[in-house]
Design a protein around this ligand. Structure first.
Ligand SMILES: *[C@@H]1O[C@H](CO)[C@@H](O)[C@H](O)[C@H]1NC(C)=O
Ligand SMILES: *[C@@H]1O[C@H](CO)[C@@H](O)[C@H](O)[C@H]1NC(C)=O
Ligand SMILES: *[C@@H]1O[C@H](CO)[C@@H](O)[C@H](O)[C@H]1NC(C)=O
Ligand SMILES: *[C@@H]1O[C@H](CO)[C@@H](O)[C@H](O)[C@H]1NC(C)=O
Ligand SMILES: *[C@@H]1O[C@H](CO)[C@@H](O)[C@H](O)[C@H]1NC(C)=O
Length: 538
C-alpha cells in the first residue's frame, strides 16, 4: 500500500427547507456552504488504550458498607462484562475520608484462600438485591445533604469493601483501580501511609491484582477538609506510596495513577505543575477530572451547545501542555468525568440528551491526546450513572456498549467540519473499526447531529463505494420532548434487555454503497464502512 494521504472531499449540502430560518447561513453565499473535509485513511493520528472507555464507581457506595454488596448483582456483572476491556476506578470525594479497619487478623485470612471468593459465591441473592436497591435511594438523599454542607464524616471500611470490589471487577473482567486516602497526614502535613500499608498488605495476602491512586481532587482539600496540600508535597506523597509498592511482591510493578486534579479553571494555577516536579516519576499516567457544567445550574440547551462541548478542547490542551513540559512521554487520562458535576443534572444526565456530551467527549479525547476516559459513574451515586437505581441500562450505557464493539483504538483524521457553520452542529470523528468484529481496513465514522435542520452529507468515493453498517441511536419519542427520554432506539427499535442475563442483539442496518448519509435530527450514530480498505487500519 502506498501511504499517500488521500484527500477526500465531503461536501455537505444544505437543503434549507421552507419556513426553517437559519440565521447562521445568512452571512454566506450558498457556495460557501459546501464543506470541504479532509479525510486521511492512510495514517493514524494516534492510538488510545484498549481500555479507553472505562468507568468508575463512586466511593460514596462504601458510605455504608452494606451497599458494596450491590456489586454482587449478577445482572450488574453481566452488564459490566459488555463494557470490557476497561478499568473500574473506585474513588471520589469520600475516598479521602475512608479508613481501612480490618475485622479479621491476617492469620485468619490466610486460611481462607482467594479461591473461597469465586464468582458465583459472592453473588447477591435477589431478595437482598431488592432491599439494597430501595435503601440506596434513601442513602442518596443523606449523601446529597452531606455534599451540600461539605462536611464529610470519616467512613470505616473493612475487608468486605475490597473483597466486593475485587470480586466484581475480576468476575466482570475489568481492571480495578483503588483510590487511597491522601488526607491521612502527620502533624508536618506529610502523608501518613500506615493505613494504606495495612490495606496493601491485606490485598496482597488475598492475591488481588489491582492498581492504585492516592487522593481525589486535592485542589479542593481546603474546602472539603480545611487542609491545604501543595502539589510538590503531594508528589512526594506519591513517591512514598511508590516505594511502599516496590517493596511488595504483588504490587512492585502495579499501576499508580494520579493526582486526579480538578479541571483547569480560569486563571487559577493548578497544583498539577508542582505535583509533576516531584511526583511525575512515581505515576504511570497523569489523571485529571472534567465536567462540562454544574448539575444544579444547567439546561437542555447546554447539553446540545457546541460551544459547551468545545470547552473540553482548551481544557485538555492546557493539561496536555503542562504535562508535556514536565514529563513529555507521560500518558494523560481523564480519571473521572461526566456531563455535570454535583452528582449530575437531574432529568438530563441520565437521559438521551446526555449522549451528546458523552460521545463528543470520547471523540475529542481520543483525537486530542488522552488515552483513557473514565466515566463517572457505572452505577450508584447521582444521576450521571450508566445503569439506573433498578440496575437497568440507561441510554449512555447502550451508547457505551456500541462504542466498545464498533470503535477501534486507532484514531484517524477527519477535519474541516468546524466551519460548517458557526454553531458546529454536526460533529464527526473517525477511527479504525473494531478489529475483533470487522475486517482489516474497515473504518467507523462517529457522528452526531445536534441540529433540527436539513443537511445532507455526501460521501467521498472511498467511503461511498463501501457497504455500510449503520447504528443510529435516537430517542424513542420525536422532537425536543424525546431528548428527556430514558430509553433509546437503535435503528428505530427500542433497546431493552431480553432478560436479566441477556442483552439484545445490537445489530446494524446494512446499507448499500451510497454517495450520501442521512443523520436524523438529534441523533447519535456509528457508520462502519466495511470495505473502506483504509491502509492505516491494516
Ligand atoms: C436571512 O435569510 C432568510 C431566509 O433565507 C431571510 O428571510 C432573511 O431576510 C435573511 N436575513 C438577513 C438579515 O439577511
Ligand atoms: C472555512 O474557513 C476558512 C477560513 O475562515 C475559509 O478559508 C474556508 O473557505 C472555509 N471553508 C468552507 C468550506 O466554508
Ligand atoms: C481474576 O482472578 C484470577 C485469579 O486470581 C486471575 O487469574 C485473573 O487474571 C483475574 N482476572 C482479572 C480480570 O483480574
Ligand atoms: C500514622 O497513623 C497511625 C495510625 O494509622 C499512627 O499510629 C501513627 O502514629 C501515625 N504516624 C505519624 C507520624 O503521624
Ligand atoms: C440533521 O437532522 C436534520 C433534521 O432531521 C436533517 O434534515 C439533516 O439532514 C441532519 N443532518 C445530517 C448531517 O444528516
Amino acid at each position: 500500500m502506498k501511504s499517500i494521504p488521500v484527500l477526500l472531499l465531503l461536501p455537505v449540502l444544505f437543503s434549507a427547507t421552507e419556513g426553517v430560518h437559519n440565521p447562521d447561513l445568512n452571512q454566506t453565499s450558498s457556495e460557501d456552504l459546501d464543506l470541504t473535509v479532509v479525510l486521511d485513511l492512510s495514517s493514524l493520528v494516534r492510538r488510545v488504550d484498549l481500555r479507553f472507555l472505562s468507568v468508575t464507581v463512586d466511593a460514596s457506595l462504601a458510605s455504608e458498607e452494606k451497599f458494596m454488596f450491590l456489586l454482587g448483582s449478577s445482572k450488574l456483572r453481566m452488564l459490566s462484562r459488555a463494557l470490557t476491556p476497561s478499568f473500574l476506578r473506585f474513588g471520589g470525594t469520600r475516598q479521602d475520608f475512608m479508613v481501612f479497619t480490618p475485622q479479621r487478623s491476617l492469620q485468619q485470612d490466610s486460611g481462607s484462600s482467594a479461591a473461597a471468593l469465586t464468582c458465583d459465591k459472592l453473588e447477591l441473592p435477589p431478595w437482598l438485591e431488592e432491599r439494597l436497591k430501595k435503601e440506596w435511594t434513601h442513602q442518596q438523599v443523606l449523601l446529597m445533604r452531606e455534599d451540600l454542607r461539605r462536611k464529610y464524616r470519616r467512613v470505616k471500611f473493612t475487608e468486605n469493601t475490597v473483597d466486593m470490589l475485587h470480586s466484581f471487577t475480576n468476575c466482570s473482567g475489568m481492571d480495578l483501580i483503588f483510590g487511597l486516602n491522601a488526607l491521612l497526614r502527620t502533624a508536618d502535613n506529610v502523608w501518613n501511609g500506615s493505613n494504606a500499608g495495612s490495606l496493601l498488605q491485606y490485598c496482597e495476602s488475598r492475591g488481588y491484582r489491582m492498581s492504585w491512586e492516592l487522593g481525589n481532587e486535592p485542589n479542593s482539600y481546603e474546602k472539603k477538609a480545611g487542609i491545604r496540600v501543595d502539589g510538590y508535597q503531594l508528589g512526594q506523597d506519591f513517591t512514598r506510596l511508590r516505594e511502599m509498592m516496590s517493596q511488595s511482591k504483588l504490587y512492585h510493578d502495579a499501576g499508580l495513577f494520579g493526582p486526579d486534579v480538578g479541571q483547569p479553571r480560569d486563571r487559577r494555577t493548578d497544583i498539577l505543575q508542582g505535583f509533576l516536579q516531584s511526583g511525575a516519576e512515581a505515576v504511570d499516567a497523569v489523571t485529571w477530572h472534567h465536567y462540562y457544567v454544574n448539575g444544579r445550574d444547567t439546561s437542555l440547551e447546554d447539553f446540545l451547545d457546541p460551544e459547551v462541548l468545545d470547552t473540553l478542547i482548551w481544557k485538555t490542551n492546557e493539561v496536555l501542555e503542562t504535562v508535556k513540559l514536565a514529563s513529555p512521554e507521560k500518558s494523560v487520562w481523564l480519571g473521572e468525568t461526566s456531563s455535570a458535576f454535583g452528582g449530575g443534572a437531574v432529568g438530563l444526565s441520565d437521559t438521551f440528551v446526555a449522549g451528546f456530551m458523552w460521545l463528543d467527549k470520547l471523540g475529542l479525547a481520543a483525537k486530542l491526546g488522552l488515552d483513557v476516559v473514565m466515566r463517572q459513574v457505572l452505577v450508584g451515586s447521582g444521576t450521571y450513572h450508566l445503569v439506573d437505581e433498578n440496575l437497568d441500562p440507561l441510554p449512555d450505557y447502550w451508547l457505551s456498549v456500541l462504542y466498545k464493539r464498533l470503535v477501534g483504538p486507532e484514531v484517524l483524521n477527519i477535519e474541516g467540519l468546524h466551519n460548517f457553520s458557526r454553531r458546529k452542529r454536526v460533529r464527526l470523528y473517525l477511527h479504525c473499526a473494531h478489529r475483533q468484529r470487522y475486517r482489516r481496513g474497515a473504518v467507523t465514522l462517529i457522528s452526531m447531529n445536534l441540529s433540527h435542520r436539513a443537511v445532507r452529507v455526501s460521501l467521498p468515493a472511498r467511503l461511498s463505494s463501501s457497504t455500510v453498517e449503520a447504528f443510529v441511536l435516537q430517542s424513542e419519542q420525536p422532537g425536543e420532548e424525546g431528548l428527556y427520554s430514558r430509553s433509546v432506539t437503535l435503528n428505530t427499535e427500542v433497546l431493552k434487555m431480553v432478560d436479566d442475563q441477556t442483552l439484545p442483539d445490537l445489530k446494524g442496518a446494512r446499507l448499500p454503497p451510497s454517495d450520501h448519509l442521512q443523520l436524523p435530527a438529534y441523533s447519535l450514530a456509528f457508520f462502519v464502512f466495511i470495505d473502506a480498505a483504509a491502509s492505516a487500519c491494516f
